[in-house]
Ligand binder design. Structure first.
Ligand SMILES: Nc1cc(-c2ccc3ccn(Cc4ccc(CN5CCCCC5)cc4)c3c2)n[nH]1
Length: 243
């Protein structure tokens, strides 16, 4: 998978050099490049923003640097086109389902805005030439798009084959699709007066699986009853319904 990230704070994306994503990059599983948008400015101050048309608070990112960035990274680089992801508080909510959709794409490009966002014409112009999705990681307003890109990049790249060493972790997620995960424990068996639930030390895999399913249902009913509403009724067995 090829990923390009365009930002005025490339150092904000330094965590992408670490851990499993860093290892996947070094192994050639991810071709990830972070670009400084100021590379496509030409004034002495490398300015990337302007006063909002029609007035209002803050500043807006001007279109010219973004246009020249797209020229160099996309239009002048060949026929292929990325899926452009523009993070925004007003975007489509990013979910695990979105992560799976994006993990299947060959080329993603993230546009990290700052200030009050990017001139809308950049999004409209790009959408005439490639798939563009405005995406939000939650109903709160960040200073800019970089944190959202870090979150999305982690969620997507852990689904790319070979990136997450122990593929079993992904299987569990698919098993409990739609529910929150059950609580996890590791040794010691007793810690500051708190014990590991005995069933998990019983060696009875059937009982353990059943206990984890029950816990996932109870946790979901408590923290995210909305997810239960959306569950396919066929995925709940008779016992599940009794909980
Ligand atoms: N999930 C999520 C993604 C982002 C995100 C992503 C990208 C950028 C680029 C800039 N900002 C900051 C910003 C954006 C918009 C406003 C204007 N808006 C007016 C009406 C009320 C809400 C705010 C203010 C500041 C960004 C914020 N935040 N949260």
């Amino acid at each position: 998978m090829k990923i390009d990230v365009v930002t005025v704070f490339p150092e904000y994306l330094a965590p992408l050099d670490l851990s499993l994503i860093g290892r996947a990059r070094r192994r050639g599983l991810l071709d990830l490049t972070v670009h400084d948008l100021r590379r496509w400015t030409h004034d002495v101050h490398h300015s990337v923003d302007g006063a909002p048309a029609g007035g209002g608070a803050g500043m807006v990112m001007k279109p010219q640097p973004w246009g020249e960035c797209l020229d160099e990274l996309v239009f002048d680089a060949g026929e292929a086109r990325p899926h452009l992801l523009v993070t925004s508080p007003a975007g489509r909510p990013f979910t695990q389902e979105t992560a799976h959709e994006l993990a299947a794409e060959p080329w993603l490009m993230f546009a990290c805005g700052r200030y009050e966002g990017i001139d809308q014409r950049v999004v409209d112009y790009a959408a005439e030439r490639m798939p563009v999705t405005e995406v939000s990681i939650g109903d709160y307003v960040l200073f800019g798009g970089e944190v959202a890109v870090l979150a999305i990049t982690e969620a997507v790249t852990r689904l790319v084959p070979g990136v997450l060493g122990n593929a079993a972790s992904l299987d569990d997620e698919s098993h409990n699709a739609g529910l929150l995960e059950a609580p996890s424990y590791t040794r010691p068996a007793e810690w500051r007066g708190h014990e590991i639930p005995p069933v998990l030390l019983s060696g009875d895999h059937g009982k353990v699986e059943r206990w984890r399913r029950d816990q996932a249902l109870l946790r979901t009913a408590t923290a995210r009853p909305d997810l239960l509403e959306r569950l396919d009724p066929g995925s709940l067995d008779k016992r599940d319904r009794l909980l």
